[in-house]
Design a protein around this ligand. Structure first.
Ligand code: ADP
Ligand code: MG
Length: 698
């Protein structure tokens, strides 16, 4: 049977060599099986009828019953159209044909009841239906049931393969062959989740006769897709954990002890303690650690990373931390240097602007092991950076780095260093499970004590004067203020002008010598940026006007107001990151979202969400609903994970139950050797072959 599904698509009735080529190119359909697995994206219930008076929305497919009159040709000789009036007891619409009018005109019978089916269009305030499918009422019962809609492309359309054309091919496939699909899921799983068979599902997804059939088919195919994916992740994780040896850090070490007892400035939160324990445990197993640390902005990830690095150091290994921007690397360096004052350890900083004269000795002391802890940007990935014995790597704000960059770190030591990837952009649980299902995940779900909540306020341009007044008051209280402008590649020039205009306006309203205003943006030289940043950090300036370069990581506890200009242009994750720059000290903090008056529905939702909650995970959920998983995870990953039918944003419950089932199965039968899992094993082997490398994220 699987042989039938391997038959080249060319041989299907209605295809032939030309269309076959197009189907391959445009939709990746090479054989019968591919066509069978090209699912409709929606259905229309052909048993539901609309009235001319209340068509739902433009471009909706509708079905009407009525009569035709007023059949006439309109337009000029060069652009002739056929038009007819279609009426039911509620009103009328216009039917219109741009081609084939002559012929259609002869077929139409005025006064006879017809069913009209097609897309509802609105032109000049009049509802119309171009090229309707017209069936005399006495014949329509044949058409009852569900009409599937398939994605097509411009080129396929030209060859007659629009959604209807593809529907026809699928029908041919089912009419001409008896389709039997191989069952991969073990019997007990099918029973437990009340799934229909694969064969039934494939038939029902294409040719459903009821809403229930559609639901059954979707459930079955979605579950299967998600289950395979979760199983794949678990297998990869198992293989990686077993196969990759890792350094053993046996003791927590004198260094950590010294730091912990004499230099730790505050009590760790319970969440921090728990995560450190999890990392400690990994360090002891002799297997390679690949751990993702999720924690909201300000939850204290840096300290966790530092403690883990000290453990590596204490066991005689070097460690490093890589940050996505120079500002952030500098800041990590300063923070860590401050924290480690008096601790006998040698740390160093390496970024793109580290001078050549400093590099040579730095590389030498790195190679001979004198430097224990290296902090830097992706400059750390460059070839001349060679360690003596790198045992542990921390990657901060991982979403900024590509997979390839991260993979490079693996090769810096013969036994790969343990990897801790940190992200401050919370990822919804279902996504984390799927995208990082082969990593171990730790979560810091608690903020350090004593933080005052941040008030978030949404304001329109008309409030600007009041805003200035508020800023003066805050500055008088000794606080500092960020003002962030969007600077987006596509509109860079305009945005840059806005930023500069904004800076000027602020400088005028907050003049020297009473006020000091800094500016930081991506076009400045690194030294200039750093100088301005340092002035703000030291409290020498009151207001920092900036672009999103300050988005990640920057920590100035005395800054208590974050003003985001044109906030509607930022995504939720970014807004949340920006807001996380304040509320770091003991003072009450504010985030003010300035927007134009006209907001899209989505922008309103984003502003509303920001005002309503400061919980990063909650925000991530909304973000997922608004943007979809591909966008949320960044394009480099979305290509890796293309789901045919399940929706990572909407099928959360199903993802959970697929995950649970996969875990249960792998615990009982880790290598899928039980008799009932034979087919599943076969399937997984072929899946793992298709996507060979996607496990090595760290
Ligand atoms: P993030 O998780 O966003 O990287 P940071 O590591 O920058 O957060 O920490 C944010 C702030 O919280 C820093 O000023 C840090 O010193 C402080 N901090 C971290 N852990 C604690 C703690 N347990 N108690 C009090 N303050 C803490
Ligand atoms: Mg951080």
């Amino acid at each position: 049977m699987s042989e039938l599904l391997q038959t080249p698509i060319e041989f299907l009735k209605g295809v032939g060599p030309q269309r076959a080529q197009l189907l391959q190119k445009e939709l990746g359909i090479f054989n019968y099986g591919d066509l069978l697995h090209t699912y409709p994206y929606r259905y229309l219930d052909r048993s539901i009828y609309h009235k001319c008076k209340d068509l739902p929305y433009v471009d909706s497919y509708v079905q009407l019953v009525g009569t035709i009159d007023n059949i006439k040709e309109i337009g000029t000789a060069r652009f002739k159209r056929l038009s007819a009036r279609f009426s039911d007891d509620s009103g009328t619409i216009e039917l219109i044909w741009f081609q084939g009018g002559q012929w259609i005109k002869q077929m139409l019978v005025a006064g006879l009841p017809y069913q009209a089916f097609g897309k509802a269009k609105l032109t000049n305030g009049i509802w119309a239906m171009p090229h309707p499918e017209l069936t005399p009422i006495k014949d329509v019962f044949k058409k009852a049931g569900f009409q599937p809609f398939y994605s097509s492309t411009e080129k396929l359309n030209h060859k007659g393969l629009n959604t209807k054309g593809i529907e026809k091919l699928v029908q041919n496939l089912f009419v001409q062959h008896s389709i039997q699909a191989k069952e991969y899921l073990p019997e007990n799983l099918i029973k437990e989740h009340q799934l229909i068979s694969r064969t039934a599902a494939l038939k029902q997804i294409h040719l459903p006769v009821s809403e229930i059939e559609i639901q059954q088919a979707k459930l079955r195919l979605k579950f299967e897709e998600l289950f395979f994916l979760q199983l794949e992740m678990l297998i990869r994780k198992g293989t990686r954990v077993q196969a990759t040896k890792g350094h053993i850090f046996e003791q927590s070490g004198e260094l950590l002890k010294e730091f912990y007892t004499h230099h730790l400035p505050f009590e760790l939160t319970n969440a921090q303690k728990r995560v450190i324990k999890e990392i400690r445990k990994d360090f002891l197993t002799g297997r390679h650690m690949n751990r993702l640390l999720q924690g909201d902005v300000g939850s204290g990830k840096t300290l966790v990373a530092l403690i883990a690095m000290l453990i590596a150091n204490g066991n005689g290994y070097q460690a490093c931390i890589m940050a996505p921007t120079e500002i952030l690397a500098n800041q990590h360096f300063e923070t860590i240097r401050e924290l480690l004052k008096g601790v006998s350890i040698r740390i160093a900083l390496l970024t793109g602007s580290t001078k050549k004269s400093e590099r040579t000795p730095l590389f030498a002391s790195l190679q001979n092991g004198e430097i224990n802890l290296l902090i830097g940007t992706h400059a750390l990935l460059e070839d001349p950076v060679q360690f003596n014995n790198l045992g542990f790597v921390v990657i901060d704000e991982q979403h900024r780095f590509g997979v390839a960059q991260r993979g490079k770190m693996w090769k810096k030591n013969s036994i790969p260093p343990h990897v801790l990837v940190m992200t401050a952009t919370p990822i919804p649980r279902t996504l984390a499970m799927t995208f990082y299902g082969d990593l171990d995940v730790s979560v810091i779900d608690e903020l350090p004590p004593g933080r005052k909540p941040i008030s978030t306020i949404h304001r329109f341009e008309s409030h600007r004067l009041a805003l200035f007044g508020f800023m003066r008051k805050e500055i008088a209280l000794g606080r500092q203020i960020y003002i962030v402008y969007p600077l987006i590649k596509e509109s860079e020039k305009l945005d840059f002008n806005n930023l500069m205009d904004g800076f000027e306006a602020i400088s005028r309203s907050f003049p020297i010598p009473d006020y000091q205003v800094s500016i930081v943006h991506g076009k400045m030289k690194p030294e200039a940026k750093d100088y301005e940043m340092q002035r703000f950090i030291k409290g020498e300036t009151h207001i920092m006007v900036a672009t999103t370069v300050i988005e990640v990581g920057v920590n100035v506890p005395n800054a208590s107001v974050m003003i985001i200009e044109s906030a509607e242009r930022f995504g939720l994750a970014q807004l949340h990151q920006l807001r996380g720059r304040v509320g770091r000290g003991a003072e009450k903090s504010y985030c003010i979202l300035m927007t134009g008056n006209e907001l899209s529905r989505e922008a309103k939702k984003r502003m509303g969400t920001m005002v309503a909650t400061t919980d990063g995970f909650e925000i991530a959920e909304v973000d997922l609903q608004l943007r979809g998983p591909g966008d949320l995870m960044g394009t480099q990953q979305s290509g890796i994970l293309e789901l045919k039918i399940a929706d990572l944003a909407k099928d959360g419950d199903l993802i959970n139950s697929a995950r649970d089932s996969a875990i249960e199965l792998i615990e009982k039968d880790p290598n899928l050797l039980h008799e009932e899992n034979t087919c599943l094993r076969e399937k997984m082997i072929s899946l793992l072959r298709e996507r060979p490398n996607w496990g090595k994220i760290g």
